[in-house]
Design a protein around this ligand. Structure first.
Ligand SMILES: [Zn+2]
Length: 204
């Protein structure tokens, strides 16, 4: 270790233009045998960014915001008559989307008959689209109703559709409460929106 540190300290020259790595010996601390996965973007979530101050309808609700804005900006995948499908900003897996009514309503029993039917219909379409686009091995479907039940945005009902692959739940979520997501959200949205069939449409 000290030999490597010595070499780096002497020159630090890079060959081939690759990234330079500072020798560990330049810094304080002792190696302990653990690997480190640096995920600074997680601080935004841990810090509570985008968390609404209350459960009221309006611009503080991410679903109301997505309903009003540009589809690419809000990660909207498809729009039906009374409901829409939108990607989760903090996905468990690539393609983790949510189907929700346009109307800001918290309880499943408060959906109208036609909203209930369309949430179900768009959920089925989401399963077909995800199967076609990314061939998952299975899905988790469900609603967390109320903060106590795990709803992050409790004021605006949303049904999760989470594609699953064998081995996708490795040590990271179990031990580290961290998910590695290997695709950018904008790319996922574009693929799913393109594959989503009529009559639902997203704005280009
Ligand atoms: Zn809302």
């Amino acid at each position: 270790m000290s030999a490597a540190a010595g070499e780096g300290a002497a020159g630090g020259g890079s060959e081939g233009g690759g990234p330079q790595v500072d020798p560990a010996g330049w810094y304080a601390g002792e190696a302990d045998g653990f690997e480190r996965l640096w995920t600074p973007h997680r601080m935004a979530y841990i810090g509570g960014v985008d968390k609404p101050a209350d459960e009221e309808e309006g611009p503080q609700c991410p679903f109301c915001r997505a309903r009003e804005g540009e589809d690419a900006d809000g990660l909207v995948v498809a729009r039906g008559e009374e409901c829409f499908a939108v990607l989760n900003l903090y996905p468990y897996n690539p393609g983790h989307l949510m189907v929700c009514p346009y109307r800001h309503v918290a309880a499943y029993v408060d959906l109208t008959e036609s909203e209930t039917v369309e949430v179900a219909r768009m959920t089925r379409t989401a399963l077909r689209v995800l199967a076609e686009v990314s061939a998952p091995h299975g899905f988790n479907l469900g609603v967390n109703q109320g903060a106590v039940a795990g709803a992050g945005i409790a004021g605006h009902l949303h049904q999760h559709v989470v594609p699953r692959w064998g081995g996708d739940a490795n040590f990271l979520p179990v031990v580290g409460r961290t998910k590695a997501v290997p695709e950018l959200l904008g790319d996922t949205r574009a693929k799913l929106a393109a594959a989503w069939p009529a009559p639902d449409r997203s704005r280009p």
